[in-house]
Design a protein around this ligand. Structure first.
Ligand SMILES: [Fe+2]
Length: 470
């Protein structure tokens, strides 16, 4: 081999070696899914869509939805709207096991928003229910009454299995409808939905057209009337529009969606907690003050030590704006809240944090970034087995479309990411294990596009990451 050929051969080897080295450096993150999605515009379903149809009859109850009504799962808040007149706020209910009928009295409210006047919004908290029991409930009067049913959760306890659905940023587009259908037809049957904020996207319409809050309520009724949705407020719930004289944040949302915040000693419906089966769910507000001394800070500071992991092993947090997000959308919007609260999440060994806001899917490794103290320069996330897994599930399918642009290279903390619409489920099996899976809308109902057995941080704090197994 001539010198020049040897030199060029050596150069080639160097180039190949260089490529291998740079590839290994660049690919230090997890999986960026190679799934190729058909690119289509995400548009809202028109007002005359069947999913928005008004139930027939004068003043028939519509937009029926339920949520947990106390701290432990023995109460249910039933909410609905009547359009023509106040009508009755009473709920008649009975257990599947008994013919005895009971009545609970609710309250009715209305609100105005610019040139919109709401229908009559009813909220009725049914209390002292039996655990693990199917109840029927009837709302409305006479021929226009409607009957639905729900099942109360089992009594709170450490090894009680329970399956949650996870949906975020749903909106009311054709894709939103696919997401809800996939959740309903998923063979992993969710018993309650943890909703991570951004409900109707009515604020994307001129003057925040609140008619789109009504259509959304009718669209999701097929699920929300039968199983509780645990609500988190997102930025699209703010409806803050001083240009049209609407300066009270969260006005439509807080009139329409009641939550049991007083049962957890909260002073605001925007942050609260519930226990359900073996889970302790803490809901936070990205769009309320959370700095030191604020009501939310003080509440969370007193709330976290109350969580008894012997009673509820699974500690789950819902918040709208993600703290760890490697898409080029809403990048670092959750950063200030992370700085405030992440040390507590590590100290109290939160199992999982679910967020929305970014219209895509992402799951992280267990990581924390709490060492930074201004002068030490330690500001990168590190693997931390006391830290939660962070999931961004803002892929419900709203009209704003998908977040497709990712930061490159994929950060090491990001275990899996994909820009597709979908939903997830979290099936808690006992105090040590829960099965988590993500389901994209393009697949069959049973397909799990991402999945992981989650190990409880108190009872089985073993590294469950894909990296640990390989
Ligand atoms: Fe959002």
């Amino acid at each position: 081999m001539s010198l020049s050929r040897m030199t060029s051969f050596g150069y080639c080897i160097l180039v190949v070696l260089g490529l291998i080295v740079s590839e290994s450096v660049l690919c230090n993150g997890g999986v960026t899914s190679s799934f190729v999605r058909k690119v289509e515009k995400t548009i809202d379903m028109p007002l005359d869509s069947d999913v928005f149809s008004v139930p027939p009859g004068h003043n028939t109850p519509q937009q029926v939805h339920i949520t947990q009504g106390d701290h432990v799962g023995k109460a249910v808040i039933v909410s609905w709207v009547t359009m023509d007149e106040p009508g009755s706020s009473t709920v008649v209910y009975w257990s599947e096991k008994s013919k005895q009928k009971y009545k609970a009295s609710g309250k009715v409210t209305t609100y105005t928003y610019y040139n919109y006047t709401s229908g009559y919004i009813h909220h009725c908290n049914i209390k002292n229910l039996k655990f693990d029991t199917k109840y029927y409930y009837k709302i409305g009067i006479g021929r226009v009454s409607r009957t639905f049913w729900f099942t109360t959760p089992p009594e709170v306890g450490p090894d009680v299995p329970y399956t949650f659905g996870l949906i975020g940023d749903l909106g009311q587009s054709f894709d939103s409808n696919k997401t809800l259908t996939h959740y309903e037809l998923n063979p992993i049957k969710g018993q309650a939905v943890l909703f991570v904020g951004d409900l109707s996207y009515a604020d994307n319409y001129p003057n925040h057209d609140n008619v789109r809050w009504d259509t959304w309520g009718r669209f999701v009724e097929r699920s929300t009337a039968y199983q509780p949705w645990i609500w988190t407020a997102g930025n699209h719930e703010l409806d803050f529009a001083p240009e049209i004289g609407e300066t009270k944040p969260f006005k439509p949302y807080t009139h329409r969606y009641h939550v049991p915040f007083r049962a957890s000693d909260s002073t605001s419906p925007l942050w609260y907690s519930i226990k359900r089966a073996s889970a302790y769910i803490i809901v936070l507000s990205s769009y309320s003050a959370y700095g030191k001394y604020t009501p939310q800070y003080k509440w969370l500071e007193e709330e976290l030590p109350k969580v008894n992991r012997t009673e509820t092993p699974w500690l789950i947090v819902l918040v709208h704006s993600p703290w760890y997000n490697s898409y080029n959308y809403h990048y670092m919007e959750g950063e200030t809240m992370r700085v405030m609260y992440e040390p507590w999440f590590v100290q109290y060994k939160v199992d999982m944090v679910f967020a929305g806001h970014v219209h895509a899917y992402e799951r992280t490794e267990r990581i924390s970034n709490v060492a930074y103290n201004v002068v030490n320069g330690e500001c990168s996330p590190i693997k931390d087995q006391s830290a939660p897994i962070y999931v961004t599930i803002g892929d419900g399918g709203n009209l704003e479309g998908l977040a497709t642009n990712m930061t490159e290279p994929q950060p090491a903390y990001s275990a899996f990411r994909e820009a597709s619409f979908g939903h997830a489920t979290l099936a808690i099996k006992n105090r040590t294990h829960a099965y988590y899976s993500w389901h994209r809308n393009q697949d069959g109902y049973a397909v799990e596009a991402d999945k992981i057995w989650v190990n409880n941080r108190v009872w089985h704090p073993v590294d469950e990451s894909t990296a640990a197994k390989s």
